[in-house]
Design a binder for this molecule. Structure first.
Ligand code: F6P
Length: 346
């Protein structure tokens, strides 16, 4: 019986379990046995019994709807070292694994690319809430994170309106502003700040002040966690110190300091901050993410069955497709600048 393996790697994302279930169902359908590898590439190196085991379809079937990743996940710095990658490839050969499905983000795909170079057939499925893989319109977890963030902004807005308070809402996304942009678009938020675009706190305060003056006392500022890096220089310590805020010399900007700074730049407006954090990563996957996971798992197993390797699954023009890992990793991002400008100009 041919044997394949599956692992999840990097930050977990809603839909990873659904993809594992899909891989397991397709493997069973095509008469393949399936090895589950726990804790990403670390499991491949440790090879301990608790990290590497034959997956039982009956157990896997009920995982699909669950958030998180049953296989656990990890980042594996050792995989940067060629000696460890060779060890991992040797371990897979020892187990007679003929193909590996890697569910993760770009770091995980680099690992898969290296394993392919060592003769291990690999297929990648994009799993990250960040949506930072340019070759695909959708990564598993992105739709879920945005839906969760939209619900959060709606809740925050209800209380913001009750109290006439503007809100700063920080969402995840690492160096990618897609989660923030889509959340702001879907909630009609008045201001969005992303790592891809330079911004100045004085401009933001100016816009917020005008919104308040025009009667919008509950304006929402959606800020991507990576957006502080694209902020024009602003010494938050020097600015906030005279107001008696607890802030340290050289302290970096964050959502709470941004809200405090905007408060004083906007003549005392009660700006409040919420950091949505890990809730957006650990919530139940949406139908869209689960549907993509279903198709991606199917395509991954069929590719391996047909002897096709070094591929990643993606979504283009709303269709599931595959392309080579090399091509996928060489594509550059095309940030939706006109949407960003539209949101910030209304
Ligand atoms: O890449 C997914 C992600 O959730 C990012 O949005 C975030 O910056 C990062 O992972 C957080 O990583 P960690 O789980 O190590 O805190």
């Amino acid at each position: 019986m041919p044997r394949i393996a599956v692992l999840t790697s990097g930050g977990d994302s809603p839909g990873m379990n659904a993809a594992v279930t899909s891989v397991a169902r397709n493997a069973a359908y095509y008469g393949m046995s399936l090895i589950g590898i726990k804790r990403g590439y670390n499991g491949l190196l440790s090879m301990s019994e608790k990290d590497v085991y034959e997956m039982n379809l009956d157990t896997v079937l009920d995982l699909a709807d669950l958030p998180g990743t049953y296989l656990r996940t990890a980042r594996c710095p050792q995989f940067m070292d060629p000696a460890y990658r060779e060890q991992a490839a040797a371990n897979l050969r020892k187990m007679n694994v003929e193909g590996l499905v890697v569910i993760g983000g770009d770091g995980s795909f680099h690992g898969a690319q290296q394993l392919c170079n060592l003769g291990i057939p690999c297929i990648g499925i994009p799993g990250t809430i960040d949506n930072d893989l340019p070759y695909t319109e959708l990564t598993l977890g992105y739709d879920t994170a945005v839906n969760w963030d939209v619900e959060a902004v709606r809740c925050i807005r209800a209380t913001s309106r009750s109290h006439d308070r503007p809100a700063v809402v920080e969402v995840m996304g690492r160096n990618c502003g897609d989660v923030a942009l889509s959340t702001a678009e879907a909630t009609g938020s008045e201001i969005v700040l992303v790592p891809e675009m330079k911004w100045d706190i004085h401009d933001v305060a100016d816009r917020l002040g005008k919104l308040i003056a025009s009667g919008n006392t509950r304006a929402t500022i959606v800020v991507a966690e990576g957006a502080y890096a694209s902020m024009a220089p602003f010494d938050v310590y020097e600015f906030l110190k005279p107001y008696g805020k607890t802030v340290y010399p050289g302290q970096k900007m964050d959502a709470h300091l941004l809200a405090s700074s905007l408060k004083y730049l906007c003549h005392g407006a009660e700006v409040r901050a919420t950091v949505i954090g890990y809730t957006q990563r650990g919530c139940q996957p949406t139908a869209r993410d689960c549907a993509f996971a279903f198709e991606a798992g199917n395509m991954a197993v069929i590719l391996l069955k047909n002897g096709i390797s070094n591929q990643v699954i993606g979504m283009r023009n709303n269709r599931t497709y595959h392309t080579s890992i090399d091509t996928a990793l060489s594509e550059t991002r095309n940030f939706k600048e006109s949407l960003y400008n539209l949101i910030n100009s209304l």
